[in-house]
Design a protein around this ligand. Structure first.
Ligand SMILES: *[C@@H]1O[C@H](CO)[C@@H](O)[C@H](O)[C@H]1NC(C)=O
Ligand SMILES: *[C@@H]1O[C@H](CO)[C@@H](O)[C@H](O)[C@H]1NC(C)=O
Ligand SMILES: *[C@@H]1O[C@H](CO)[C@@H](O)[C@H](O)[C@H]1NC(C)=O
Ligand SMILES: *[C@@H]1O[C@H](CO)[C@@H](O)[C@H](O)[C@H]1NC(C)=O
Length: 347
């Protein structure tokens, strides 16, 4: 008797959930995956940063990593291409969005196929405004066309940003794009930034309608790779603004996703053994949030030996290059808040 009662309650609870959240069958647990923004931002120069620029090669590399390094096995499933994938203009005949032809020569549909072949799902970025945050074509006035284009390409997840739009229009705009996503017939996770932009503009987000429209929604600012950033986000969610926690349920999630100033610190420390070696760490903090190529003069980290040094990567011990003397310059790519460790041996 008690058992049956319990079962009815559970059924009721599940029914209630499904009747209020977006019903596209997706994100019954919070979606897990990898997205380009936090690390690679809007790097578009593939000549100087071939491994970091937003390109089909980057997405393929990351798909391989997710599939083969054990991430997929523990539930990471989406590879998401964030801002700065687009060409500067829509196709001038079809008016469809199109990728940058140099960085995505095979097209998005083929890229989605590649990701699917790794047993993963493919996500993409668009913006409700007239332009994306990075200044590429936005979806305002093209909501239906863009939803259909993404479906045709085999997209599984759409992150819909809100730069260059009026937050007052978002109640209408985000629901309309959601309607068109549904109309395509292809189930696509709908990731919104609607409450974030409204909160920043001092508008109280209508979470009950957000919950019916989006699979997940960003409430607060971007995460950065620093403890300060993570802590401030934890605090924001801990304070449960607008009772946002009430709206989380299977299919509908609050999405907890800045650092400022650029400080590059260089230090070195003489090692005891082997004689003549130096360990050097290059430490970069804060903005711009993407790997930055830094030019270092040997004398800065006190590599003053007139005969020069050989530099080795600190963790792998692999040789990087020879430097001829204190005035020689070399370049290193440093992650924000990242550390690059070298061992230098005098020649
Ligand atoms: C349309 O775009 C193509 C390539 O993107 C370009 O070569 C052509 O000049 C454009 N046509 C017009 C009418 O702008
Ligand atoms: C579209 O919405 C209907 C009604 O909520 C739902 O049953 C259906 O699964 C949705 N389809 C897609 C592709 O999202
Ligand atoms: C949040 O919930 C509390 C307790 O139910 C209620 O007193 C308060 O008015 C709610 N605040 C908002 C912004 O809905
Ligand atoms: C920049 O960092 C400082 C110290 O962490 C913080 O007080 C300030 O709010 C930050 N500014 C922005 C715009 O994030």
């Amino acid at each position: 008797m008690i058992k049956r009662y319990y079962r009815i309650l559970v059924t009721l609870a599940i029914t209630l959930h499904i009747s209020t959240a977006l019903d596209n069958g997706l994100t019954l647990t919070p979606p897990m995956g990898w997205l380009t923004w936090e690390r690679f931002r809007c790097i578009t120069d593939c000549k100087t940063q071939p491994e970091s620029c937003i390109s089909e090669n980057l997405i393929k590399t990351m798909a391989d990593r997710l599939a083969h390094d054990g991430y997929k096995d523990v539930g990471y499933e989406y590879i998401i291409l964030d801002d700065c994938w687009l060409a500067n203009e829509r196709d001038n005949i079809s008016l469809k969005l199109q990728p940058d032809p140099d960085r995505f020569p095979s097209g998005i549909s083929n890229l989605a196929d590649y990701v699917h072949q790794q047993g993963l799902k493919f996500g993409i970025y668009a913006d409700f405004g007239v332009k994306t945050c990075g200044g590429y074509p936005g979806s305002e006035f093209y909501l239906q066309l863009d939803a259909q284009t993404f479906a045709d390409w085999g997209v599984d997840y759409v992150k819909f940003d809100g730069c260059n739009s009026d937050p007052e229009d978002m109640d209408f705009g985000y629901t309309t794009f959601g309607f068109y996503l549904n109309e395509t017939g292809r189930p696509m996770v709908y990731s919104c930034e609607w409450p974030l932009y409204q909160s920043l503009a001092g508008i109280e987000p209508d979470y009950s309608s957000i919950q019916k429209t989006c699979n997940l929604w960003r409430n607060h600012v971007d995460v950065e790779d620093s403890w300060d950033s993570i802590q401030s986000i934890i605090k924001y969610y801990g304070e449960d603004y607008n009772n946002m926690s009430m709206y989380a349920q299977p299919g509908a999630w609050n999405d907890p996703d800045m650092i400022n100033g650029t400080v590059i610190e260089i230090w070195s420390r003489p090692l005891m053994e082997p004689k003549g070696s130096l360990a050097i760490a290059l430490l970069q903090m804060s903005n711009p949030g993407a790997p930055t190529v830094v030019t270092v003069q040997a004398a800065d980290p006190t590599l003053n030996n007139a005969g020069g040094y050989t530099l080795y990567e600190g963790f792998t011990g692999l040789k990087i290059l020879d430097i001829k003397g204190p005035h020689d310059e070399f370049q290193v790519s440093v992650n924000p808040n990242g550390v690059v460790l070298f061992v230098a041996r005098s020649l």
